[in-house]
Design a binder for this molecule. Structure first.
Ligand code: HEC
Ligand code: HEC
Length: 330
């Protein structure tokens, strides 16, 4: 067990012992039933990787490097990553866990058209998307060692999975559906946050570091995901939180509490959306398919959320290697 895990477990154990009604806790979370006919894939484990003698030793090294980059993406801080996140912070179970954003479906469904950037994307481009938004950074160059290692890790997680299967069970973060409840409440969410989340993520949402190392990631502010990140959508955050948080007690929040706390953290400021035109309301309109699920560009407490030039630690707004592309093949 590495330092990061040890500390997380120690803190979550402390949280667990302090809970007064241990019987109310549901550990582990009750996963939704797989819909009939939906495709279910279980990602392989590390033991499988070592046991599989058909994998060339050099490929195994590359997969392991990809896994290392996925779990500790902070090693790329200041180069490709400009916030406190590592990929595994949102893609639980090292990217292999169903209902918690497993990453292997990208391998089996791409290349495909992606609405977010309006063209056919490769696996590397999909990974680049999480670098640009979730990591508030810039993607490593396509075809670079980092990209090939990360792709190899994703590809290996998909071992044996059906290619171009669309009806995948447990994909992404949408277990609570997309409809924001009419009675969603910032104040109720703030209370949920203070009682269940602040102990790790901080009163100011900035997370915690020990000896300079991130142990609990930021959930808002300069060190968090930016306004263009998938999890800035209320339903995505609510589903992620319901399935995975508080760490060590997943499933212990009611659905309503998960919605309210998602609303609360996604009403806080964070680094600018890299697609910013200079006007948040206009940027929202331009990308309404995405931003209709976020609070970006709307007025809250007398201010328009996201109307600022703050890109966090990142010294640029938009990565120069995120280019529009079209396939006209003249
Ligand atoms: C015991 C400590 C702990 C508690 C309590 C906790 N978290 Fe987390 N949270 C973590 C850790 C650690 C991660 C990263 C998970 C990983 O890498 O395995 C995380 C990840 C997250 C993420 C995704 C990553 C990011 O940076 O945004 C969100 C959102 C989040 N937590 C929200 C919450 C909310 C909301 C609550 C309260 C309902 C909560 N957490 C309670 C430790 C905690
Ligand atoms: C702050 C949270 C967060 C972090 C950190 C993060 N991602 Fe993601 N990622 C998401 C969300 C949200 C989605 C979209 C899931 C959905 O559609 O419901 C996603 C989707 C993906 C997908 C597509 C999965 C599919 O079903 O097709 C891949 C691949 C991926 N991420 C890779 C990465 C990699 C690699 C990193 C690190 C460089 C990373 N992510 C970091 C939140 C995050």
């Amino acid at each position: 067990m590495n330092h990061f895990n040890a500390l997380a477990v120690a803190v979550s154990a402390a949280v667990l012992t302090s809970a007064t009604h241990a019987a109310e806790l549901k550990v582990p979370v009750n996963l939704p039933a797989h819909k009939e006919g939906a495709y279910v894939h279980q990602a392989p484990t590390l033991e499988d990787l070592y046991a599989d003698k058909s994998i060339h030793p050099e490929l195994r090294e590359v997969i392991l490097k990809g896994r290392d980059l996925f779990n500790n993406t902070q090693q790329l801080r200041g180069k490709y990553v400009f916030n406190d996140n590592s990929c595994r912070n949102c893609h639980m179970g090292e990217g292999g866990q169903n209902w918690s954003g497993p990453v292997w479906p990208a391998v089996t469904t791409l290349p495909d058209f992606r609405g977010k950037n309006g063209h056919v994307n490769s696996l590397e481009e999909r990974i680049a998307g999480c670098f640009a938004y979730s990591m508030n950074g810039k993607p490593p160059a396509y075809g670079s060692d980092e990209m090939v290692a990360l792709s190899a890790y994703h590809q290996w997680l998909a071992t044996g999975a059906k290619v171009y299967e669309r009806n995948i069970s447990g994909r992404g973060f949408s277990s609570l559906g997309k409809q924001i409840p009419a009675d969603i409440s910032y104040e109720a969410g703030q209370k949920v946050y203070q009682e269940n989340c602040a102990i790790c993520h901080g009163d100011d949402g900035n997370g915690q570091r020990v000896n300079g190392k991130v142990v609990f990631p930021a959930v808002w502010g300069d060190n968090s995901y930016n306004w263009g990140a998938g999890i800035s959508r209320i339903y995505t955050a609510a589903s992620f939180i319901h399935m995975n948080m508080p760490l060590g007690k997943p499933g212990s929040l009611s659905e309503q509490d998960a919605w309210n706390v998602a609303w609360y953290i996604n009403s806080q400021e964070r680094p600018q959306d890299p697609r910013f035109t200079g006007d948040a309301a206009e940027t929202r309109e331009k990308h309404l398919n995405f931003h209709k699920h976020t609070r970006y560009g709307t007025e809250f407490n007398g201010k328009v959320l996201g109307q600022h030039d703050n890109t966090g630690d990142k010294p640029f707004l938009k990565p120069d290697n995120l280019k529009p592309r079209s396939f006209t093949f003249e």
